[in-house]
Design a protein around this ligand. Sequence first.
Ligand code: B12
Length: 216
Amino acid sequence: MKECLINVQTAVIDMNDSNILELVQNCLDEGLTPIEIIEGGLSKGLEGVGERFDAGEYFLAELIMAGEVVTMATTFLQSMMVPGEIGKKGKVLLATVKGDIHEIGKNILGMVLSASGYEVVDIGANASAELILETLKEQKINMVGLSALLTTTVGGIKEVVELLRQAGMRDQTRIAIGGACCSRQLADEMKVDAFGESAVSAVSIFDGFRESLAVS
Ligand code: B12
């Protein structure tokens, strides 16, 4: 791995906001793309923070500070990303499930999907199934990306699926999930259409959704 990416990871783990933008700029100067820096540097750094939290070395304050460092860097990188032809691929609703306030992954997902030509309707974190359903109806959206990082609130995914089913909208809506507590197996259990482990994988997932909706 390139040294400049390791420096970005280390700055996130050390919650060092004083030179994060400079370190990100070094990666850009070395020819890395914003997505490569996000996936290989910033996200990997947050994984390291999560491991330290698990091990009892870091506490909530460290999670907050590391999250702020990453948000600062992704906001900077967003300005470098060339937006795709806005909305040419249709609308996608993004949300983090109810009870879960993690939003960095969802925001990155939004950046990547916008750059690839989707119009992203981001209704934020801690989003109730009711709000999701209402927005889908109002804005005539049939593709949904749900982020879920906490095992305690993962049931929020099932609530969305159930509400869509009750409203008679499940068959014509495609749902993908992702985030720390999600897996292929969970996607099957929750009866959603796809699981994605990265923002980059989301592009092929939603491209597949468009194709399946066009033929159904
Ligand atoms: C930063 C962080 C926080 C920050 C979040 C700041 C913010 N603005 O979002 C704050 C401080 C708020 C926080 C709070 C808490 N956190 Co926290 N947090 C993290 C940490 C370290 C990083 C999360 C992150 O942003 N990762 C980087 C992003 C880029 O990764 P990502 O979300 O996975 O997203 C990527 C992919 O998964 C994918 N993706 C994501 N969503 C989707 C959706 C779709 C459709 C697709 C296709 C792909 C996709 O694309 C993204 C980009 O590649 C994780 C550790 C970890 N391993 O995840 C813990 C972690 C998620 N937190 C944890 C916990 C326990 C908490 C708290 C309960 C702590 C507490 N005691 O209060 C609270 C919960 C508050 C709440 N009600 O939500 C645990 C969860 C454990 C569990 N199994 O439930 C983790 C795993 C830490 C740990 N190892 O124990 N946290």
